[in-house]
Design a protein around this ligand. Structure first.
Ligand SMILES: [Zn+2]
Length: 209
């Protein structure tokens, strides 16, 4: 029993040694913090939470160390489904607007519970708020803020139908801790208050039965 555990440990250690070049080191981390261009092309770094990868010299916000993955070349990062940063262009090509916007919508879909502003999104997506607003609207037909609202209202609808949670709890769960604001926005988007919406849906469910 303990032998097999030892073997497993040994194997995982060997595995890490084989991938040594992909490991984070203090030197690489310092290069990322310093935006050190002399490390460009020696390695690339990707951020798991945003799905973006960069050159060491990128001027974007320093990520949390535990979310960073190191790659030796851009192909490896692309292969692991990371997208090139719009700011530092690690593949030396421009990221198409549609892909950039897809990345941002994915981020919103996963993180709508958090506080999201145009500024924080722009920071995460490595672009300016103005450019993000304009490009997002061009591709999606709505602004990033409208998209966030849409995702939150849809999540709230689901909670209203599928759970018995109080309206105030739902407003927190969908990233709008200000309940009066949540109710106002919900009504604006759906024509009903959250309580009315829940009641209507429950009534229509009864009729279906
Ligand atoms: Zn970058």
């Amino acid at each position: 029993m303990s032998d097999s555990i030892n073997n497993e440990l040994q194997e995982s250690e060997d595995h890490e040694i084989l991938n040594d070049a992909n490991m984070m080191t203090n030197e690489k981390w310092q290069a990322i913090i310093d935006n050190d261009a002399s490390y460009n092309n020696q390695f690339f770094y990707a951020v798991k939470t945003t799905g973006i990868f960069c050159k060491p010299s990128c001027k974007s916000r320093v990520p949390k160390k535990e979310n960073v993955r190191i790659f030796l070349n851009a192909e490896q990062a692309l292969h692991a489904n990371f997208r090139p940063c719009k700011r530092c262009k690690p593949t030396n090509e421009r990221l198409p607007d549609s892909e950039w916007v897809a990345l941002i919508t994915e981020y919103i879909d996963k993180n709508f519970i958090e506080k999201l502003t145009l500024e924080t999104l722009a920071d995460i997506a490595h672009g300016s708020p103005y450019h993000l607003h304009r490009t997002f609207k061009k591709i999606k037909g709505i602004t990033p803020v409208e998209y966030i609202q849409q995702v939150r209202v849809n999540a709230a609808k689901k909670d209203l139908i599928q759970t018995n949670k109080a309206i105030a709890d739902i407003s927190i769960c969908v990233g709008m801790p200000n309940t009066p604001y949540f109710i106002t926005l919900f009504k604006k988007k759906t024509g009903h208050t959250p309580a009315q919406y829940r009641q209507l849906r429950q009534m229509s469910k009864m009729e279906e039965l």
